[in-house]
Write a protein that binds this ligand. Structure first.
Ligand code: ATP
Ligand code: ZN
Length: 283
């Protein structure tokens, strides 16, 4: 059985639970329990604080875990990154009081910087050749300048609204992060096979998320142009409509190319275009 460590409650939790649900792996959570066994996959889930997850995975208490890359790198535990998960995207940035001028990273020379990420910040400053005093605090970093604790902060930002409401401005991004799946670096063959099985499901779910199923009607003379715009997984399906001279085209389109392609397809003569979400996509 695989033991998988997830954040108990926080910014990683909901998307982590959702991911396993989409992979068809059921387990109870949110009942205040610290662990839960899946009813349909050989896995046991542990609900922990995110900061503790890399350590548990290193020690083998858990085989797998989901954490932010920021936490994985900061803790510096020797675990393997198995896969990037695409959620909980954020960045680690330096911010200073809004009224202060910013001429570049060298402005931090000799200054006090408050952060919960002393290692990430320390490495960055060393790379930049800047010497500063790093003041490690575990939370509410953004109030440090206003209470005179530090002249700058280095903290997690997503929209920037927390910085703004504390009178700070973001001046330098030092690290970009998203949720990742980490694993113990010495899994036995049996566990590795389960990890591969899980990974196959995760990739199918992710592929589906980035794609749409598209169905449209087109006059037959427009088919060469339209099918060229819709390569699909192998090639599009084309079937005749009951109306003479018309066909129905079915294909899969990458979400990213979606709007651009839709316009070209319409311009080529397509009608009655349906765009349908895909639940799983198996290559
Ligand atoms: P815990 O109680 O488990 O220690 P925490 O307060 O340390 O939780 P959260 O704020 O829940 O942590 O953030 C967990 C992770 O989510 C962060 O390490 C980061 O990778 C990511 N994250 C943080 N803030 C945001 C945000 N605003 N938007 C998206 N992702 C974020
Ligand atoms: Zn934490």
């Amino acid at each position: 059985m695989l033991r998988i460590a997830l954040q108990k409650s926080g910014r990683l939790s909901e998307d982590s639970y959702q991911l396993f649900k989409e992979c068809g792996i059921r387990f109870d959570y949110g009942t205040g329990k610290l662990k839960s066994v899946s009813s349909n996959f050989p896995a046991e889930f542990l609900f922990l604080r995110d900061d503790d997850i890399p350590g548990y995975v290193e020690d083998g208490v858990a085989d797998l875990g989901i954490v932010g890359e920021n936490v994985a790198v900061e803790t510096g535990r020797p675990v393997q990154t198995v896969h990037k998960l695409g959620f909980s995207k954020c960045r680690l940035s330096i911010a200073i009081p809004r009224g202060t001028n910013w001429g570049g990273i060298q402005d931090l020379q000799g200054k006090n910087i408050a952060t919960s990420y002393p290692n990430l910040l320390g490495n960055y400053l060393a790379e930049q050749g800047v010497q500063a005093d790093i003041h490690e605090i575990s939370g509410s970093v953004e109030i440090a300048p206003s209470i005179g604790l530090a002249e700058a902060v280095c903290d997690i930002v997503s929209s920037g609204s927390t910085l703004l409401s504390n009178g700070l401005k973001e001046v330098e991004t030092i690290f970009r992060s998203e949720a990742i799946l980490i694993a113990n670096s010495a899994l036995d063959a049996e566990k590795q096979a389960l990890v591969d099985k899980l990974l196959f499901r995760i990739k199918s779910v992710q592929a589906a998320k980035n794609s749409k199923y598209i169905v449209l009607n087109a006059p037959n003379q427009a088919l060469p142009q339209i099918t060229a715009l819709l390569p699909g997984m192998r090639s599009p399906t084309v079937t005749p409509l009951a109306t003479e001279g018309w066909s129905s085209v079915h294909s899969v389109l990458n979400e990213n190319d979606f709007w651009e392609n839709i316009e070209a397809i319409r311009a080529a003569g397509a009608e009655g275009i349906l765009v349908i979400p895909i639940e799983k996509m198996i290559y």
